[in-house]
Design a protein around this ligand. Structure first.
Ligand SMILES: NC(=O)c1ccc[n+]([C@@H]2O[C@H](COP(=O)([O-])OP(=O)(O)OC[C@H]3O[C@@H](n4cnc5c(N)ncnc54)[C@H](O)[C@@H]3O)[C@@H](O)[C@H]2O)c1
Length: 519
């Protein structure tokens, strides 16, 4: 959708206005709270007791974002581990990007100097008692999420891992069971669970301001067609080449150094666009749909650009990546009346909401986000940073992208959205709710708080919002979508896949798919 800067401003003001009006007291309390806005939004407090002693495993691009965002008043970083010398160094010095400032800038040289450095997670774990480590933050390539997390859980450490939870669902189930057996906390960093922006947007959905939602369109579009733009294909720094041999890389789960560096391009180390990018959008879409599990998925994925002579860039005609560079997926979700309330019994099978997801490498028209299309309003989430709200025209009032709106008292009580043909707000918006953190800090704060308060409750009872079971559902969506694209079939999700106690998994169900036909 093409919006002028004025129309975008109207959308942002609409969002602030309606959220501000419908959550006014709550937001005022959150802004004034000593514990911080995130704490009030996500139901925790300032940390009481000692900061949680933490180690970071994997200090590449994302590990460094997390280091920059880590909450210094909840967490005490005592060690880092990384296989690559360049990324060990980056953890301290940063890389000139404001999102990756490094430990020295974050904590000061004196404190940063005391942080121990290890060449891999095993060396770090060997010193865990000496350092008093209680938790780890893991940001290594996808195929190593489960193996590294299992070793950390076995060592008695709480684990906050990056997404996708694991490379397959068998591993997800093993992780949930292991954390339970050891009495440890385990969560995954799908940060939208801790984003104030998303929480406010979801509040509007739950209050019914969007009306009936039948369609969500999500996408992550990039244009990597220009030379030097393919951010997933990296050159190997000389300093890493000098230290990390192919044998060392192999010891830690990669075929060679190239695969360690370019892990996103290979099926055995990554999960393609759906796992890396789509899992975020599907997590967001499912948050708006009440975290219900999807019913079915189908889609198309192809390596349609790289390695295609005459189409892709000439220097990439022999491109060896395995993952698709364009994917288009359609999920069917149950609407609010699909099941009989509080049961698994199908009550209204036509109450379906469709979520489409596309990710491509040749055009970044709408970079990334989700658009939620309701019968009363449209909500647009842009790049995790902005939310825009536009009203549908009704018999009594205008709507559309040029119309300001706000809440008035409805006939049966409660606020309803109204609009006027003016761009001026009736009252000043006193609650600016769109310029807020992306959720990384809050997810780490809550994790530490749950450690100190021994909080093993479920997400709806104030426990970790993206615990193993929630994160596994996100992994099931991504991995099943990959299977649907690979086999070119519509797949119905099975209830038992989502049950940590059951051994059923999508990958096991599709292990022999199509083999008979080829035999
Ligand atoms: N939440 C988000 O928005 C988000 C964004 C980007 C990446 N991620 C996730 O973060 C993870 C890391 O991605 P990245 O972009 O930082 O990758 P990266 O390749 O830049 O960094 C990974 C680092 O892990 C290190 N490593 C690998 N195995 C190790 C081991 N056994 N011990 C110690 N270090 C080890 C590598 O040497 C490398 O420096 C991925 O799972 C990715 O999906 C999440």
């Amino acid at each position: 959708m093409l919006l002028t800067p004025e129309q975008e401003k109207i959308g942002r003001d609409n969002f602030d206005q309606v959220v501000g009006q419908s959550r006014r007291d709550f937001i005022k309390g959150a802004v004034a709270s000593a514990a911080g806005m995130g704490a009030v939004y996500f139901g925790y407090e300032e940390l009481k007791g000692d900061k949680v002693k933490c180690a970071f495993i994997g200090t590449g691009d994302e590990g460094n974002v997390l280091i920059t965002q880590h909450p210094d008043n909840y967490m005490d970083i005592v060690a880092i581990a990384d296989l690559r010398p360049t990324n060990q160094e980056r953890a301290f010095k940063g890389d000139g990007n404001e999102h990756r400032i490094g430990l020295v800038n974050k904590l000061g040289a004196e404190r940063a100097e005391k942080i121990q450095v290890y060449n891999n997670h095993r060396e770090l774990l060997a010193d865990k008692d000496k350092l008093g480590i209680e938790m780890v933050v893991i940001a290594v390539p996808l195929n190593q999420h489960a193996p590294v997390a299992m070793e950390c859980l076995d060592a008695g450490l709480h684990v906050l891992s990056e997404k996708l939870m694991a490379h397959n669902i068998t591993e997800c189930k093993q992780l949930i069971r292991k954390a339970k057996e050891k009495g440890l906390l385990y969560a995954v960093g799908h940060q939208r669970h801790y984003s104030v922006l998303y929480d406010n947007a979801n509040h509007l959905v739950k209050e019914g301001h969007l009306g009936t939602i039948k369609f969500i369109r999500a996408q992550w579009h990039r244009n990597n067609s220009f030379p030097g733009r393919d951010s997933w294909r990296k050159s190997i720094p000389k300093a890493d080449e000098a230290v990390v041999t192919d044998e060392m890389a192999k010891e830690f789960g990669y075929e060679d150094l190239n695969q360690l560096v370019n892990w996103r391009l290979f099926n055995s180390t990554g999960g393609g666009l759906m796992a890396e990018l789509g899992s975020h959008q599907m997590d967001a879409a499912s948050i708006f749909l009440g975290k219900v599990h999807p019913l079915a998925v189908q889609g198309y994925g192809g390596k349609n650009f790289y390695g295609v002579p005459g189409v892709g860039p000439e220097d990439k005609w022999d491109d060896d990546r395995e993952i698709d560079d364009h994917i288009y997926v359609t999920f069917e979700f149950p609407g609010p009346t699909y099941y009989k309330e509080g049961t698994d019994e199908v009550h209204n099978e036509r109450d379906i909401c469709i979520v489409t997801y596309s990710s491509m490498s040749t055009n970044r028209w709408e970079p990334y986000g989700e658009a939620v299309f309701g019968s009363r309003a449209t909500l647009i989430m842009k790049t995790e940073k902005e939310a825009l709200l536009y009203k549908e025209a009704s018999p009594n009032s205008n709507g559309g992208i040029d119309t300001r709106l706000w809440l008035v008292e409805g006939k049966s009580g409660g606020g309803v959205m109204d609009s006027y043909e003016t761009t001026a707000a009736p009252t000043a918006v006193d609650t600016k709710v769109t310029e807020v953190s992306r959720g990384y800090t809050e997810e780490m704060e809550h994790f530490c708080h749950c450690i100190r308060t021994n909080n093993f409750k479920g997400p709806k009872e104030g426990g970790l919002k993206c615990n193993g079971t929630v994160a596994m559902a996100d992994a099931i969506m991504a991995i099943t979508a990959n299977l649907a694209m690979k086999h070119k079939v519509r797949i119905e999700f099975k209830k038992e896949w989502f049950d940590p106690e059951s051994d059923a998994t999508p990958e096991a169900d599709f292990a022999d798919y199509g083999k008979e036909a080829h035999a």
